[in-house]
Design a protein around this ligand. Structure first.
Ligand code: SAH
Length: 429
């Protein structure tokens, strides 16, 4: 690890040594319930077993494991204040004989007195990979788990006998339409009590939205179903696979819409390897339609909104690359290839008419102006790459048209109407 990464790691553990962070996590009921249910509904797995809790914090998961019948739980955490607190809590619950706290980084431990049967850990960060704590879980799996996966030759039976909770993690992505974040940023400083305060923007963190925003989003803001972009099997994933991850997805647009950016969230499953479907095991989800968690959703804004029409295909490349200067963070790059325009001229004409009619009816609609918080610590880069050579249906479509464009092409007329309608609806009075 280079010196920058060492000091980043120091800061990382200092932040986890604050009780408030743990309070926030303990207040996150969907999070704690998922672990509770996964452990308590599988007592047969924990009965008389030795469990390792990687990053035990206040000891909550270790205590669940002990209550589920574990013979011994090693509760490992690098943070001294939290380990002290965990010791008090564990004593308070009379579990000190079965939960042993070890105040170390898991990577600093040579060996445990007993072989580990089960690993439990809550390692997930924003957009799943933020914090890179998954690496510590993989390290623990490979060094301490009784039947760990050391190489590719392992049989599927060996993999099946590995118990790691959670066992699987999936990252999803869906395009969203912003109804307030960018609008608020754009409008509030330019017209603040009838004064223009725009120079302040350059001093406000993430006012250009070039970094991810951690915020909950209404399901209605998603303009397309999500696509799965990464899937992790905790029993087999390798650390080197997490350094750089790429995925490609195409969103076929059902209804003409505005895309302001892409929303990311994850699900985790606690599969027990008993041949039943993973999807039937306990799930911890952070999707926008489910009860809110402290992970919220991760929003990546495009430099400018885009306006795909019905039946268009939006091809998106997503890259997650561990930052060279801070391995706890990822650079998230989204590049949109040229939209594949699939709407025929006649459909476009009908859409223009429909939208014109709707526009008459919706003049008085207003927007909500909820507050938003930006993520503290991640950098993100977006490239809108319009130089790809996707073939278009006709030659006029392949020309670059500005947005909005006042030419006579139906597509351009339509986009212009959408923008005008959107501006009208979003004028804050
Ligand atoms: N398990 C607790 C805390 C989860 S937060 C709960 O569910 O509430 C993650 C915890 O992991 C933090 O307390 C952090 O200090 C710890 N941690 C992260 N990486 C670690 C490592 N490599 N070794 C030991 N502890 C680690």
């Amino acid at each position: 690890m280079n010196s920058k990464n060492i000091s980043n790691d120091q800061r990382y553990f200092e932040s986890y040594d604050q009780v408030q962070v743990h309070e926030l996590m303990l207040r996150d009921r969907p999070r704690v319930s998922a672990y509770h249910d996964a452990i308590m509904n599988n007592k047969h797995l924990f009965e008389n077993k030795v469990v390792l809790d990687v990053g035990s914090g206040t000891g909550i998961l270790s205590m669940f494991a002990a209550k589920a019948g574990a013979k011994l739980v090693y509760a490992v955490d690098a943070c001294p204040t939290i380990c002290n607190l965990a010791a008090q809590i564990i004593k308070c619950n009379d579990l000190q004989d079965r939960v042993q706290i070890i105040n170390k980084r898991v990577e600093e431990i040579d060996k445990f007195d007993e072989k580990i049967d089960i690993i439990i850990s809550e390692w997930m960060g924003f957009y799943l990979f933020h914090e890179s704590m998954l690496e510590s879980v993989i390290y623990a799996r490979d060094h301490f788990l009784r039947s760990s996966v050391q190489n590719d030759d392992n049989t599927s039976e060996q993999n099946e006998s590995i118990v790691i909770f959670p066992s699987h993690a999936y990252l999803y992505c869906a395009p969203f339409m912003d109804q307030n974040i960018r609008i608020e940023l754009n409008t509030m400083w330019n017209d603040y009590f009838n004064l223009n305060l725009s120079p302040i923007r350059q001093h406000i963190k993430n006012s250009d939205l070039s970094e991810c925003v951690i915020e909950t989003i209404e399901p209605s803001q998603l303009v397309h179903d999500a696509q799965l972009i990464q899937s992790i099997d905790l029993r087999t994933v390798r650390i080197d696979e997490l350094h750089s991850m790429r995925s490609f997805c195409e969103f076929t647009i059902d209804n003409t819409c505005i895309i302001s950016g892409f929303c990311f969230w994850f699900d985790c499953y606690f599969s027990t390897n008993d041949n039943s479907s993973i999807l039937r095991s306990t799930r911890l989800t952070t999707n926008p339609s489910s009860p809110k968690t402290h992970w919220k959703q991760t929003l990546v804004f495009l430099p400018e909104d885009i306006y795909p029409l019905k039946n268009d295909i939006v091809p998106v490349n997503i890259k997650l690359k561990q930052s060279a200067t801070n391995r706890r963070q990822y650079d998230l790059t989204i590049s949109i290839k040229k939209i594949k325009e699939n709407l025929n001229n006649n459909d476009e004409k009908i859409l223009v008419e429909n939208l014109n009619n709707k526009r008459q009816r919706s003049r008085s609609s207003t927007m909500s102006t909820d507050k938003h918080i930006t993520s503290e610590s991640q950098t993100m880069d977006e490239t809108s790459d319009s130089s790809s050579s996707e073939s278009d249906n006709d030659s006029s479509a392949s020309e670059e048209h500005p947005i909005p464009c006042s030419c006579d092409r139906e597509r351009c007329k339509l986009i212009k109407i959408i923008i005008e309608k959107y501006d009208e609806e979003n004028t804050i009075e």
